[in-house]
Design a protein around this ligand. Structure first.
Ligand SMILES: Nc1ncnc2c1ncn2[C@@H]1O[C@H](COP(=O)(O)OP(=O)(O)OP(=O)(O)O)[C@@H](O)[C@H]1O
Length: 680
């Protein structure tokens, strides 16, 4: 072929400056594009061999070589795929690839910031010009009597093509790196990029440095393979004083190690994979030395192709961020991490890999979001996670309980975020009780229902024709109250009282639980949640008989009056009860509604407002059975009454919320005073 000059069709002189400037941080994607072109070329050649249109040489071993040359400032990609004829270079590179790249850039050039295309998929061969001023292609087609081609383009719209001298079938792309991108002539930098995008590509990839001194290794002669290049045979005599025969060794050129694992675990059948395989894969991919709790191997061919592994990581929420990582692949080619359009948001806390060749990745992210197919993929993933959880709940309850504390925030978050997921897993949600036993919501309702035996009766009495107001009151009455604890330490006084009376409660101690409780109450009309300190549970009180009532009322009024006076607050909310637990003199309760209101105010940054405006003041409960309270009524005039009232108030509040600095100072001072009294 005589030298052929041409100009890349289409009026787009601006394309190269645009390609060069393309999202600076993503410069490295050209590596993925060129390596995956090589993979495609190899796949095509293997297909031709299978179809009998070409015969692969006996010793054929598909591979892609990547060679850095810092001296010449070049980077080469060599594949032994099907190669191209001059006509094909003309057609595929100067016409199709170029027009593809032009279209791509036309479409996305203004949108690189807010509407990024997924991992710039589809930019193709011309992404080479992101980092190179000049690109050469040397290629020899598999076709009979093909002539090698040498193609050169200097990053403008011009190119030259002539006969080349490539001897083996395949393609070699040489990038002459521009001054800003010399990092890509560095072996370590290129290794890093290859590991990012090409770790699981379906062809072996070998990285080397041009003109590097060869490295050697010595192995047993018996282990030498046909493919090894032996430089020396060595006979190792036994050391002095050692028994045995001489060992035959061979010094060989160090065997190259492929960067890609061509059969990643997710492509295998789950039945072939062992626990160790899953754990090793997890450690390798996520560099997390901790063992994951469990995993889900996704493997589906119909109605779409999707494979992957999702791991539930072990998380110490106090110290670790719960940022997960889900790597998205397209036919083993890495696309990007955490594509929220494909992976349901609540699963972003997991770690995993998803390979879905059918995803339309050459569109923008916002288009992906509204794509019906993509939504189906996301639904499928979330369904599989729900199935796995339900399966474990049913058949492996013991381990499921072991994992529960770690996984429950994810699952609750999932319920709040994804209606379908929530209804699928609703029966597999566990609640830990005061004895740290795990119950289902149904168990909790059953356990608490006993207390509401009366409710049942009232229910049967309801007659037709009752008006709406009565009905809704009725519905309210029919709800079973489940008590919960948000902080085992702070609420320990209440917990002890509950335990003493054989009354159970559940622990809901995570941040997410307050939203989750609201969610549960919406979903289950028959249940209502109340924090353990929201009121004084009936079972904790002694009944006041009819005869005692009048007397008790009198004493109560008197106690209330004394406390209001001593605490200097005539609006103080005080209630006197006869508590069964005679260790408790005072406690504070805050109604569930008021507390939720206060929490909401805090969440919306209204904490500076006066809580009494919303009735969010706690009520002081005094135990009429307790000697200290009795002392107060019986010795109204004692000089110690004031100190007792204040101390009882602070002690009650302490178990309820942290004291403010002035309250704390007063409390400490008063405690010292009390101890001083002991010395007298
Ligand atoms: N290493 C190669 N060996 C053989 N043919 C190649 C090679 N690289 C590119 N080609 C040919 O050039 C064409 C254009 O390549 P380009 O990378 O621009 O786009 P693509 O691979 O078709 O699609 P994508 O945009 O997804 O990368 C390819 O379809 C292929 O026919």
């Amino acid at each position: 072929m005589t030298m052929k000059k041409g100009s890349l069709s289409i009026d787009s002189e601006n394309i190269f400056p645009i390609i060069k400037k393309w999202v600076y941080s993503d410069h490295d994607i050209f590596v993925r594009e060129l390596v995956s072109n090589g993979c495609d070329a190899i796949t095509k050649l293997k297909k031709l061999d299978m179809m009998g249109e070409y015969e692969l040489p006996d010793n054929y071993k598909a591979k892609i070589q990547v060679i850095v040359n810092p001296e010449e400032k070049t980077l080469k990609f060599i594949d032994n795929g099907l190669g191209m004829t001059a006509e094909e270079v003309e057609k595929y590179i100067t016409q199709i690839a170029f027009s593809g790249a032009t279209q791509f850039l036309e479409k996305y050039k203004d949108k690189t910031t807010e509407d990024e295309m997924i991992g710039h998929f589809g930019l193709g061969f011309y992404s080479a010009f992101m980092v190179a001023d000049e690109v050469h292609i040397d290629t020899l087609s598999y076709q009979n009597d093909a002539t090698a081609v040498h193609w050169v383009s200097e990053g403008g719209t011009e190119y030259e093509m002539q006969d080349g001298n490539k001897q083996e079938v395949g393609t070699e792309i040489t990038l002459f790196l521009n001054e800003d991108c010399l990092e890509f002539a560095n072996e370590y930098r290129v290794r890093e990029v290859l590991e990012k995008y090409c770790s699981f590509m379906p062809v072996e990839i070998f990285l080397s440095k041009a003109n590097a001194e060869p490295e050697y290794e010595t192995i047993d002669e018996a282990d030498v393979l046909d493919t090894d290049e032996v430089v020396e045979h060595i006979t190792e005599e036994p050391k002095e004083g050692e028994e045995g025969e001489a060992k035959q060794k061979a010094k060989i050129v160090k065997r190259p190690v492929s960067i890609s694992d061509i059969h990643p675990l997710w492509t295998k059948n789950p039945s072939e994979c062992t626990k160790e395989d899953y754990i090793d894969f997890y450690r390798k991919v996520f560099m997390d030395y901790k063992e994951p709790l469990f995993w889900i191997h996704l493997n589906m061919d119909y109605p779409f192709n999707l494979k992957g592994i999702l791991y539930f990581p072990k998380i110490n929420t106090e110290y670790d961020s719960i940022e997960g990582k889900i790597k998205l692949y397209n036919n083993q080619v890495f696309i990007a991490d955490n594509i929220k359009e494909v992976i349901p948001e609540f699963l972003m806390v997991l770690k995993g890999v998803i390979d879905c060749p059918d995803l339309p990745l050459n569109v923008s992210r916002s288009a992906l979001q509204n794509d019906g197919f993509v939504n189906k993929v996301a639904d499928y993933i979330s369904k599989k996670v729900a199935d796995k959880l339900n399966g474990m709940f049913k058949t492996d309850r013991e381990n499921y309980e072991k994992y529960w504390d770690d996984i429950s925030p994810f699952i609750k978050f999932g319920c709040l975020k994804d209606e379908k997921f929530g209804s699928k897993v609703k029966d597999s949600i566990l609640y830990k009780d005061l004895e740290h036993k795990y119950l289902t919501l149904e168990d909790c309702i059953k356990a608490n229902k006993k207390e509401d035996a009366e409710t049942e009766e009232t229910k049967t009495e309801t007659t037709e024709g009752t008006d709406a107001a009565e009905n809704s009151e009725q519905a309210e009455k029919e709800k079973t109250t489940v008590y919960y604890v948000t902080d085992e330490q702070q609420q320990s006084q209440y917990i002890n009282m509950f335990k003493e009376q054989g009354q159970d409660a559940i622990l809901l101690t995570h941040n997410i639980d307050s939203a989750f409780i609201t969610y549960l109450e919406q979903k289950h009309e028959d249940v209502k949640f109340m924090r353990i300190d929201a009121d004084v549970h009936e079972s904790l009180k002694d009944e006041v008989s009819e005869d005692e009532k009048e007397e008790f009322q009198k004493t109560s009024d008197s106690i209330v009056e004394i406390f209001r006076k001593e605490l200097g607050n005539d609006k103080l909310d005080v209630k006197v009860e006869k508590l069964k637990d005679d260790n408790v003199a005072s406690m504070a309760v805050l109604s569930e509604e008021s507390r939720r209101m206060a929490e909401m105010m805090k969440m919306y940054g209204m904490s500076g407002m006066d809580p009494s405006m919303f009735g969010t003041q706690a009520t002081l409960i005094l135990n009429a059975n307790h000697p200290l309270v009795k002392f107060v009524v019986e010795h109204k005039r004692s000089k110690n009454v004031s100190i007792i009232c204040k101390q009882l108030y602070d002690l009650a509040m302490l178990a309820h919320k942290p004291l403010n600095p002035e309250e704390m100072t007063a409390f400490v001072q008063r405690s010292n005073e009390i101890m001083m009294l002991l010395t007298k």
